[in-house]
Ligand binder design. Structure first.
Ligand code: NAP
Length: 501
């Protein structure tokens, strides 16, 4: 095709976290230069900017938790610590001149589709009109605060793990932590030997898989420096192991599940000697049903003399601390809420309106779904990165984002070439895709009778139920029959001012 005939789109990317940075790099590589990245905060990094709690690390091996095109020889640990990861993203964004393209402290408040374009209004009141919007807003960034009576009456210091208060020194203090998920496990391991007394409020025990961390030596780093091929090899090796053990174990491979289960249960048996404590820490659901926690230090921390595991349910929070059912009060100086996130908000509370005035809340009123975890019928030229059913058990989200990015670039290319007038998946394709997802769920461990953030309001897991290879295969080439070839006629909705009139 004659080059002049190719359209050049303008693209707004919402969010400058891992996915936003990746998109900026890959869009430019594809020859798309009219990119605006809007970031609500004053720094890039997404989850690694927002989470700064003690013990923060990524439980996916560091050399796998990197962009495929830019390994990092400088990783200090097998499981990179939060500040290392933040530094890595800042470096990549700097190396690829992405940072200067980011408009910081500017959230997207509104995004409306009209006349085949998106009309954005930002928190600064700026207006923007673009051909494509890509929400790279992440999965876990809306803190979930527990709905516990009296929570506002606590007189001590209290915060959510994603809003860590670094002004408070925990040394010698009476600290309580609500929750025992991946976040709490890391914090407990890190602070238990620094605080005076630590009370862990556990509603549900968690399975813990032990993989020791390791510090990389200067020799290790020297070997990798300037050798992308070697780093890619290392990454691929880790990915192979993760895929064939943990990902396989949660998605129906009985042998893998048997081995991971056996090792996990053995870890509890060998690590916790006191039968009473062990019983309290023993889950009654299948290994992997809730996200498997990787830690080689959690059980040691739980067995320290200054750590107490409270398993009686919380009745209320008082001004002095936490009162459990039966009336016992745990007096505390600090209360940490390790109560997780609201994963189903996605890009909301943004006011997002697609074709014909369809709001995202209306589109998702029955079920939060997308086509290929990326496209929402009624929202042409809009992509939601890592949308519903994207997460893959204990795998690298970077790899997932890279696959989605390649896929959406192919769709944008069809728009540029004119094969697609707008990029909009059909409702039928979405329904079919979600039936396909549902068909795979029965064999996964997530339907094994536990509660977790993995489950939506209907109790359906919002993860990818198949293998990693299947994810890659299905996103290799867009099936254009699943998209409207010609843009559906738009019924232009009344604008607020017109409605008022
Ligand atoms: P989470 O797994 O959702 O855990 C929340 C914890 O809070 C659970 O133990 C939950 O108990 C408890 N909880 C919530 N509301 C409560 C209430 N009202 N009363 C008592 N307990 C309450 O959250 P998270 O630990 O922050 O982890 C979320 C996800 O972040 C992880 O699954 C993982 O994907 C990601 N993460 C990853 C890493 C990493 O290394 N890659 C590290 C940290 C987090 P129940 O179990 O009873 O609901």
């Amino acid at each position: 095709m004659d080059n002049k005939a190719i359209k050049n789109p303008s693209v707004a990317v919402i969010g400058a976290g891992m996915t936003g940075i990746l998109l900026a790099i890959k869009l430019r590589e594809a020859g798309i230069n009219d990119i605006t990245i809007l970031e609500k905060a004053d720094k890039l990094g997404g989850t690694w900017r927002e989470n700064t709690y003690p013990g923060l690390a990524c439980d996916v091996p560091a050399h796998m938790y990197t962009y495929s095109f830019q390994g990092n020889p400088e990783w200090e640990h097998r499981f990179a610590h939060g500040d290392e990861i933040q530094a890595y993203f800042e470096k990549v964004a700097g190396d690829y001149n992405v940072t200067e393209q980011i408009r910081f402290n500017e959230a997207v408040d509104e995004s409306h589709y009209q006349d085949r374009q998106w009309h954005l209004v930002t928190s600064k009141g700026n207006k923007l009109v673009v051909d494509f919007v890509i929400a790279a807003t992440g999965i876990l960034h809306h803190p979930a605060y527990p709905d516990i009576d009296g929570i506002d009456s606590f007189k001590g210091d209290m915060w959510h793990t994603a809003r860590w208060n670094h002004d408070v020194d925990l040394a010698g203090k009476r600290v309580g932590i609500i929750g025992t998920g991946s976040t709490a496990a890391q914090i407990i391991s890190e602070i238990s030997d620094k605080v005076g007394q630590l009370t862990v409020f556990q509603r549900t025990p968690q399975w813990i898989f032990s993989i020791p961390d390791k510090e990389y030596t200067e020799d290790d780093k020297t070997r990798l420096r300037g050798n992308q091929k070697l780093m890619s090899k290392l990454s691929a090796r880790y990915a192979f192991v993760m895929r064939n053990t943990f990902t396989a174990a949660v998605t129906g491979n009985k042998l893998a599940h048997g081995i991971v289960s056996w090792m996990t249960k053995r870890n509890l048996r060998k690590s916790v000697r006191d039968p009473e404590l062990r019983a309290k820490l023993t889950p009654d659901y299948k290994v992997g049903c809730k996200r498997l926690i990787f830690s080689s230090t959690f059980y040691d921390a739980m067995q320290r003399d200054n750590v107490y595991l409270e398993t009686t349910g919380i009745d209320r929070i008082s001004e002095n601390g936490v009162v459990v059912q039966g009336g016992e009060e745990h007096e505390l100086d600090v209360l940490i809420l390790a109560t997780g996130f609201k994963p189903f908000n996605f890009m909301r509370p943004m006011d997002l309106t697609g074709r014909d005035g369809l709001s995202i809340d209306e589109a998702w009123s029955k079920k939060i779904q997308a086509y290929r975890s990326l496209c929402i019928p009624g929202f042409p030229n809009f992509f939601l990165m890592l949308g519903p059913n994207a997460p893959i058990g204990n795998y690298s989200v970077i790899a997932m984002s890279e696959v989605q990015t390649q896929y959406l670039l192919k769709l944008i290319d069809h728009w540029r070439q004119g094969t697609l007038e707008t990029v909009e998946a059909t409702e039928e394709a979405k329904v079919r895709y979600n039936e396909h997802i549902k068909a795979g769920m029965g064999k996964t461990v997530w339907v094994g009778g536990c509660q977790s953030w993995y489950l939506d309001a209907d109790g359906d897991p919002a993860l990818w139920p198949y293998s990693w290879d299947q994810w890659v295969k299905e996103l290799e080439e867009p099936d254009l029959d699943d998209f409207h070839r010609r843009a559906p006629a738009e019924v232009v909705p009344l604008q607020p001012a017109e409605k008022a009139a």
